[in-house]
Design a protein around this ligand. Structure first.
Ligand SMILES: [Zn+2]
Length: 95
């Protein structure tokens, strides 16, 4: 009986340690996110004219060099207000 109890204690210790290391890893990931130099909110802008979020992306992702997110998919709170590429082109053509 005593030996069985010891085994159970050992298993409990091991599992709890594994659980702790998992938690520590998740915290480390959060810290890495906080220390990022580029935040996602700084790269995504919100256009007030067409009411859509847009961001400058590399040409490997999109050939135009920018991507417009359809309205409703991206929250506009906290985004910088900036005219998108389409609206600036429209202005240039009108003038
Ligand atoms: Zn726009």
């Amino acid at each position: 009986m005593k030996e069985e109890e010891h085994i159970i204690d050992y298993i409990l210790k091991v599992t709890s340690r594994k659980y702790e290391t998992k938690i520590c890893k998740s915290y480390q990931n959060k810290r890495a996110y906080e220390k990022r130099k580029k935040r996602i909110d700084d790269t995504i802008f919100y256009c007030e004219e067409c009411k859509q979020c847009w961001s400058i992306v590399t040409k490997a992702i999109d050939t135009g060099g920018f991507r417009i997110y359809p309205s409703g998919n991206m929250p506009s709170i906290g985004k910088k207000r900036k005219k998108c590429v389409y609206c600036t082109k429209k202005e240039i053509n009108e003038n």
